[in-house]
Structures are given as C-alpha cells and as structure tokens.
Design a protein around this ligand. Structure first.
Ligand code: GLC
Length: 576
C-alpha cells in the first residue's frame, strides 16, 4: 500500500513543493517505542515491525530521536559518532532497511541532529582535550579560569555551571547541557565543514528531513561575557547570551544553501526563547533557513520562569494559552509556517498537563488532539499521545533515568529542600513522564519488551494500551485516525487563516479557519464542567454541519446556544 503525497502549490510559493506543510509527523523515542530483541531497549527492528501501525494511523513522517552511536548520558543527544548507529538500536543495515520500507509505504523519515554539542566521547573531543596545541582544540570552547574560578557565570540547562574544569590542560570547556555534552565552536570553519559534510552524507542516504536539536544555541555572545547578576549568585540563567544570535542565522543560511536545498528536506529547528516575530528570522519565506521551528512559549505556561525555571510550577490559564497560540498562528500566517505540538520527549504528557488524566482522560485527550490537528502548521504527535498515555509518579528517584531530573533532585536535596517537595515537581515536570515505554497491550511490560525495560512501564498499561484502543471504536486512537483523515480531506484545515473567538473566555477555546469560501469552526471545552457558548457571528445551527466531535449525540439541542459536555470538542463546517 503506497500513498502519493498531495502536493499543493500555494500562491505565495509558486512552484515550491510543500509536502511538509500537508504532512502529519509522528515522533518516536527509540529507546521506549518497541524492543524486538529483549534487551529492554527499543530498537530499529521494533520500529520496522510497527510500520503497519503508523501507516494505519495515517501519519506521513516519522521523526526519529537520535539513533547514532552514543554513550547515552542524555539518551542519544550526546553523539559519539554521527555516522554510526547505536548498537542496542541495531546496525546501519537495519536503518537502511527501515528507510527503504518506510519509503515503499510512502512514509518519510526525519532525523534528529545535534549540531550544538557532541558527546565527550566523540573522537574530536578526545583530541581536543589532549593538548592546547591539538588541531581540534578549537573545535570546542575552551577558556582558562578567572582567578581560580569558572570563566563566566552562565548556568547550564541541567543545573550548575556551564564550565567543566579539565585537569589535562588546566582549562575549562563549555557545556550548555551536561558535562558529557561539550559545546562545539561554530567559529571554527573546519569543524563547520565537517558538520556540513555529515548532513550531506545523511541526505545522500535518502533521509527526508531533520530536526535540528538546540540549534538556537550554536552561537554564543562574543567574548562570552557574564550575565547580569544583581544578587551575586554563583551561576545565573544567561539565555540571551547564547540563544538566537545573529550568527545562528548565517550558519543556517549557509547550511541550507550549500547542503540542504538541492534535496528539499523538511527542517525544523528547536528554538527556545523567542516569539513569533523573532521566529520569522528562521522561518520567514524570504529567509532561506528553516521550514519551521519548535517554539516554547506554551511549554513554560505552567512555570514561574523559562529554562531551568520549569521546575517551579505555576497554575496555567487557558486565556494565556489562547493568547500565545493565537499570536503564533496569526503572525506566521502567509509569512512562515508553524510546527504545532503539545508534548514531546522533553515534556510532560499533554493529557496530564492540559487535560484530565482521571475521569475524562479519553475525552480530554481527544479534545486536545482536535486542537493540534486543526491549527495552521504541521502537527507533531509524540508516541503514546494517540492512546492518551499519562504522566508517571515513581515514588523513588532511583526509578528515574533522566539526567536533567537526577541533577535537579541532587541539587535541591543538597540545598535542603524536602524529598516530598522535590518529588512533587518531578511528578509534574520530569522528562521521564514522556519516556516510559509505549503501551502496546496487556501482556507483561505492556508488550514493549520480553526482557527488563530500561525504565519502568507506567502501571496503568492494563487500562491504557494500543490493543484495547484498536478494539474500541470510541478510543482516542480511532479518533486520531479520523482527525488525520479529515485534515487531509479539507485544505482549509491546513492552509486556512485562523481567527480566535472569545479571547477572554476562561473555559472555551474557539476559533475559525477560513480559506476562500470555506470556513470551519473549532470549539474546545478545556474544562470538566459544562459551559455554554453562543453561536459566533455568521454562524447558526442550521448552517453548521458537525464534521467531528468526541461526544456522540442523537439530536441537537443547540439552537440558541451550544451546550458543552465536559472536555467536548466539535468542528463545524459552514454550509452555504
Ligand atoms: C534538546 C533535546 C533534549 C536534549 C537537549 C540537549 O532540548 O530535545 O532532549 O536533552 O536538547 O541535546
């Protein structure tokens, strides 16, 4: 069964093939997707075995989180060899076979590429650290200390200083993430060349796209100045000194023009710390850089501050969420393109975060899916979202695997915070919430592995799993299939202009999508109670055809106003 891509030429991009705008992406976290050989880790053969599942879901592109050779301190985001496959995931032959089979089925594969740093076990770093005179010394960022102290006061994303002292040469190297992830120096032209060549190598292999990890940070402020530090803390967040700087754009332009363009891959950059106006510098149709970026504004909606501040929980407001998403929808319309997501391998599970993972789990997960699949931009579904997988709350830190979570725990316990308080934050925000194994069926370890899983399965797998969802026509999974098909059927859901309705309503998120004379109305109840909404101007119950909803009804009672069920979602099409 093979599917041809629908190619749509929109007027602003005459002649351009924009398959990536019409695609739905499915993100796979390889360690936790499907283990085929019983070693407790997911692998490429496991993904191969699930291609039918992905094809039936209706997605077009598979984004593979890093599968390269890596010591695994940050689960593959610490790459030891960009040209090799991690042994426990398989071999390069396995990868080639997966790619060929995916292509045969009309599925594309997008790689996750880390350009900001390598593993400290990468051959370059071994050379770099060996001596100040080594030709690869300058591939990384080395500085001497200042009066026996670190070179500046920047705080790492994973806690502590970004600097690590290396006794070998008595200098410090910079790492924005863990100390096993030294940052590359993009001022070094030779290193840049080697990277471009590597990207080219993967394109020649036939991969269809890239997610560029942490790409906003590949350039650092000249001179690496310390950040403003009124309270004289040992380290402070310094995001503005290493995020979205002008040099990032010149690097991406070069990468695109020299390497990417002839192949036309789909590209998405991970760019924290910007709003839509700044995002246009990456994705503006006149910019020649990336197709899309992952923005983070909505991911910090329940935090007291961004970055490492994510651990300090704050109640989030629907009005804020609407404001953020609407700004991105309208600013990028006709000028760039959005990448829409509500969860990924770094974020809590959306149904636990934005919905209700108790009584209304199914309904609220469907409501959230309706939201993601009816916005302008390319939708990204993270594994498990399609069955409504939830956060975990492991009682003990020993059960967690994520380096960020462990560092956070050690740091705050060290500072005297109570275990209870620290675990509460971990249950809400740990990245491991999204990394527990995919729940396939009711058998041991949820059918993920025959062995011992590298991280414990969420024990709600008896109730939440793919096999059950397949056999229940009302399941979240079936609803996703319908939504994906609907999106492909109605161009207005892909390209239509977005307009927010009721910006101040605290419970309902409603918007229209309009393309020429076609119009859709999307209404989402984000609450467990039953609010009511008047038909928006220009809409009446007679002229509105319900094309999908997560609540089935025999008759309509909505003449005067729309009466919502808890977490109800509806999409109407205007009848002429
Ligand atoms: C990105 C990845 C995350 C990783 C970090 C460092 O944010 O999504 O998982 O830890 O970059 O590579």
């Amino acid at each position: 069964m093979s599917r041809d891509y629908i190619v749509h030429n929109d007027e602003s991009e005459v002649g351009d093939i924009v398959w990536w705008k019409e695609s739905v992406v499915y993100q796979i976290y390889p360690s936790s997707f499907k283990d085929s050989d019983g070693d407790g880790y997911g692998d490429l053969q496991g993904i191969y075995e699930k291609l039918d599942y992905l094809e039936n879901l209706g997605v077009d592109v598979i984004w593979l989180c890093p599968i390269y050779d890596s010591p695994g301190h940050d689960n593959g985001y610490d790459i030891r060899d960009y040209y090799g496959i991690l042994r426990k995931y398989g071999t390069m032959e396995d990868f080639d076979r997966l790619l060929a089979e995916a292509h045969k089925r009309g599925l594309k594969i997008m790689m996750d590429l880390v350009l900001n740093h390598t593993s400290d076990e990468h051959a370059w770093f071994a050379e770099s650290r060996s001596s100040k005179m080594n030709p690869k010394r300058d591939y990384y960022i080395w500085r001497s200390g200042k009066n026996g102290q670190v070179p500046n006061n920047w705080e790492s994303y994973f806690g502590g200083s970004v600097w690590k002292h290396d006794p070998e040469t008595n200098e410090y190297y910079l790492h924005l993430y863990s100390e096993q992830q030294p940052d590359l120096n993009w001022n070094n032209a030779q290193m840049a060349e080697e990277m471009y060549e590597m990207v080219h190598w993967w394109l020649e292999k036939g991969v269809d796209g890239f997610r560029f990890d942490a790409v906003a940070h590949i350039a650092k402020a000249e001179g690496l100045p310390s950040a403003h530090n009124p309270h004289n803390l040992p380290v402070v967040p310094a995001y503005q000194l290493f995020s979205n700087l002008e040099q990032v754009h010149s690097i991406l332009k070069k990468l695109n023009n020299m390497i990417l363009k002839p192949y036309g891959p789909m590209t998405v950059g991970e760019t924290s710390g910007l709003g839509p106006e700044q995002a246009l510098a990456y994705v503006g149709t006149d910019r020649d850089e990336l197709n899309m970026v992952f923005q983070f504004e909505h991911m910090f909606i329940d935090a007291k501050s961004s970055g490492i501040g994510k651990w300090n929980y704050k109640e989030w407001k629907l009005t804020d969420l609407k404001e953020i998403m609407s700004r991105w929808q309208t600013v990028l319309h006709g000028r760039g393109w959005n990448a829409n997501y509500m969860g990924n391998h770094d974020q809590p599970r959306p149904v636990s975060r934005f919905g209700d993972d108790g009584k209304y789990r199914v309904r609220s997960a469907q409501m959230l899916a309706t939201w993601m699949l009816t916005l302008e931009g390319t939708p990204y579904i993270y594994q498990g979202e399609e069955i409504g997988m939830t956060n975990v709350a492991f009682p003990d830190i020993e059960q967690y695997r994520d380096i960020e979570t462990k560092n956070y725990y050690n740091h705050y316990i060290g500072q005297g915070k109570s275990k209870h308080e620290v675990m509460q934050a971990i249950w809400l925000k740990s990245r491991d919430n999204a990394r527990t194994p995919m729940q396939w069926d009711e058998t041991e370890h949820a059918g993920f592995t025959q062995g011992q899983p590298w991280i414990q399965v969420n024990d709600n797998y008896l109730e939440i799993n793919v096999a059950d969802a397949e056999s229940d026509p009302q399941s979240i999974l079936h609803y996703y299939r319908k939504l994906i098909a609907l999106r492909k059927q109605h161009k207005v859901l892909i390209y239509g202009a977005y307009e927010l309705l009721l910006p101040d309503d605290p419970d309902i998120y409603a918007y229209t999508r309009t393309l020429e004379d076609e119009q859709m109305l999307v209404i989402l109840n984000f609450r467990g109670h039953e609010p009511e909404m008047h038909w928006p101007e220009g809409w009446t119950s007679e002229h509105a055809k319900l094309i999908i909803s997560n609540v089935s009804r025999r008759y309509s009672t909505d003449e005067g106003a729309i009466q919502f069920q808890p977490y109800e979602a509806r999409v109407y099409r205007k009848q002429r």
